[in-house]
Ligand binder design. Structure first.
Ligand code: ADP
Ligand code: ADP
Ligand code: MG
Ligand code: MG
Length: 593
């Protein structure tokens, strides 16, 4: 095993520090050139001279350095390396002639890089970042392997790949209508492609006028309708509501029946249903990533949840994730903390009505439903950020609110925010440091300026700040957005435990079934009402099973529970179980025997 030294370029600000990394480095103090100034004015850390003491990691005021050991993977398996102190990817996934292959792994471990390499967008440098990469070198390296045929076709331009990029929000700058953008992908019939993803009515809209979910559907329509041999989807569920996630799952499955498809996805219910096999990706964010051998889908997810990959003797989590078949709580034990509604809110183009409901102490209640049905508006009314048109928000309830859309406006770091809040009696700095920082893996992020954080890092920071407030009601609007599967599951568990332990209540708007299943005791269900999406109605809370039944009836999808892990699994459409459960109206899962 060798050592890897990583410099996170975006976080390194060499003009704003005292070069603590260099000043305190023991080999430097012994006269060795272990850390030197590079041509870009930033440090270069020598991996051969580094003794692995970790002092620079702790001294850097911006948390910009990582020192770790190389993975079990062989150095000869390195596919691509972004510079000397940059990220490195080991191995590649193998596309099959048809069927869907999944990629499942944490943020920053090279999944998007792997897709770009397979699509021929990025020529991999095989670890040699000092010389230009070339397909000749790549083909020489892969001679005699299963990937050789694929890579040589890509190199010769004989294999056409269509890719749905990860960051669809960037499309809003493109000067197209939805239809024009889909047509530019090569299809003669953009209208029917948009109809397949349920977006026919928005065909003439400019991309700049579409919501995040609509941009995602447009990008998916373009990719599925392209004439290609290989289809790659990088995080297709972002910005999509639970209903659209299940619908595009069907569209992609149909594509996979006759084509080769690869999907990177963090919504485990979706990926589990979509893919036939998956490669697990393990490693260290922004440092290295290793692509495992492919596993059958059920095994892949169960292995991921257990946290141990036996074939390669790799443990990627210390604790296994366990699902429970929710025991229904007897109503007598519910200690009501909040009574709300009925509430109404009228906007010029939209009216929301929410029936009255009760929330008990220690309960986490999920809020589910399609986009634009008023979930955020409801949460904002409870938070006091929106005044109801009818009815009044509950009185005597203190709330802590994590809004759906986050923006890092101040350049402060999380640590500076917490210090500023120290005098505020409603902020529990001890809880923040002792429970929330480790629970949400914020250790290495406390000194980073908020605008330098990635979407997922900012999300975890915002949830931690919200949960550290003393309140009777926690309102979290889409906390799993931008998180990888692992972070979703640890956040779900943390919110649930915290609320149970303190006898408080949480309302959580989310679209990820595993997140909801792990976190929630019950559900509120929001549905569109009337014609043309101008009305929304919210009901509940209901028990989990009842809430899921209400939601899933409309999408005609049924879930069973996995015998080994008790996780929910989507039934194959038309399977015996699917038909039987539908006929009995049991869309979610069987009550525990
Ligand atoms: P994933 O899709 O698994 O989140 P990516 O393939 O996007 O991972 O990136 C893996 C790591 O590679 C990132 O954390 C980043 O540090 C680094 N990286 C990605 N693209 C570049 C690039 N163009 N230049 C330098 N580093 C990059
Ligand atoms: P959800 O969170 O379920 O996606 P929202 O509560 O954000 O739904 O929005 C529901 C509807 O209300 C949308 O059609 C949105 O355009 C509209 N809406 C939300 N806030 C306002 C506002 N301040 N003024 C006018 N319309 C609004
Ligand atoms: Mg990615
Ligand atoms: Mg919302």
């Amino acid at each position: 095993m060798a050592r890897i030294a990583i410099l996170l370029n975006d976080r390194c600000h060499p003009k704003e520090c005292q070069w603590e990394c260099q000043a305190y480095c023991p080999p430097v103090r012994m006269g060795q050139e272990c850390i030197v100034e590079g041509p870009n004015g930033k440090p270069i850390i020598s991996e051969t001279l580094c003794i692995g003491c970790g002092i620079c990691v702790h001294k850097c005021p911006f948390d910009a350095i990582k020192i770790l050991n190389t993975p079990e993977a062989d150095e000869s398996e390195i596919v691509h390396r972004y510079g000397y102190n940059g990220f490195r990817l080991y191995r590649l996934p193998l596309p099959t002639p048809k069927g869907i292959i999944g990629l499942l792994g944490p943020n920053g471990t090279g999944k998007s890089t792997a897709l770009r390499v397979l699509a021929g967008i990025e020529v991999p440098n095989l670890g040699d970042y000092e010389h230009p990469a070339s397909w000749d070198k790549v083909l020489a390296r892969y001679r005699g392997t299963a990937l050789h045929a694929h890579l040589s076709k890509i190199a010769r331009g004989e294999l056409r790949a269509a890719i749905k990029p990860q960051y669809v929000d960037r499309l809003s700058d493109e000067p197209f209508t939805a239809e024009g953008y889909v047509a530019a992908g090569g299809t003669a019939d953009p209208t029917s492609a948009l109809a397949q993803v349920g977006l026919a009515s928005k065909a003439g809209r400019k991309l700049s006028e579409l919501s995040g979910g609509e941009l995602q559907l447009t990008a998916i329509a373009r990719t599925i309708s392209a004439d290609a041999d290989l289809y790659l989807f990088d995080e297709p569920s972002s910005y999509l509501d639970i209903v659209h996630r299940l619908e595009i799952a069907r569209v992609l499955r149909r594509l996979g029946e006759s084509h080769s498809v690869l999907v990177v996805e963090h919504d485990l219910a979706l990926l589990d249903y979509l893919a036939d096999q998956a490669h697990l990706v393990y490693g260290e964010e922004a440092a290295f990533g290793v692509i495992s051998h492919p596993l059958p889908m059920r095994t892949a997810v169960n292995t991921y949840l257990n946290g141990y990959l036996k074939d390669e003797n790799v443990r990627f989590r210390t604790e296994a994730v366990r699902f429970i078949a929710h025991p229904p709580k007897p109503p007598a034990h519910r200690n009501i903390a909040v009574r709300f509604g009925p509430l109404e809110k009228s906007f010029p183009e939209f009216r929301l009505r929410v029936g009255g409901g009760e929330l008990a102490k220690g309960e986490t209640i999920g809020i589910v439903g399609p986009n634009a049905t008023g979930k955020t508006t409801f949460v904002r009314m409870l938070a006091g950020a929106e005044t109801p048109s009818e009815g009044s928000p509950p009185k005597g309830v203190t709330v802590s609110y994590k809004p759906q859309y986050l923006k890092a406006t101040q350049s402060a770091s999380l640590r500076e925010r917490v210090t500023a809040l120290a005098a505020d009696p409603s902020f529990d700095a001890r809880l923040f440091e002792r429970e929330l920082v480790p629970g949400l893996h914020l250790d290495g992020l406390l000194d980073v300026a908020l605008p330098d954080l990635s979407g997922g890092e900012l999300q975890r920071g915002a949830v931690a700040l919200a949960m550290a407030r003393t309140a009777t009601l926690y309102l979290l609007d889409e906390p799993s957005a931008y998180l990888d599967s692992d972070e979703r599951m640890s956040m779900a568990r943390l919110v649930r435990r915290q609320v149970e332990r303190t006898g408080t209540t949480a309302l959580v708007v989310d679209h990820d079934v595993y997140f909801l299943d792990l976190a929630c005791d019950g559900l509120m269900v929001f549905q569109p009402e009337g014609t043309d999406g101008r009305e929304g109605r919210g009901e509940g809370p209901f028990a989990m099973r009842e809430g899921m039944n209400q939601l899933l009836r409309h999408v005609e999808i049924t879930f069973r529970r996995d015998a080994e892990t008790l996780r929910p699994r989507i039934n194959q459409e038309g399977s015996v179980l699917d038909r039987e459960q539908r006929s009995r109206g049991e869309y979610y899962y069987e009550p525990a025997a």
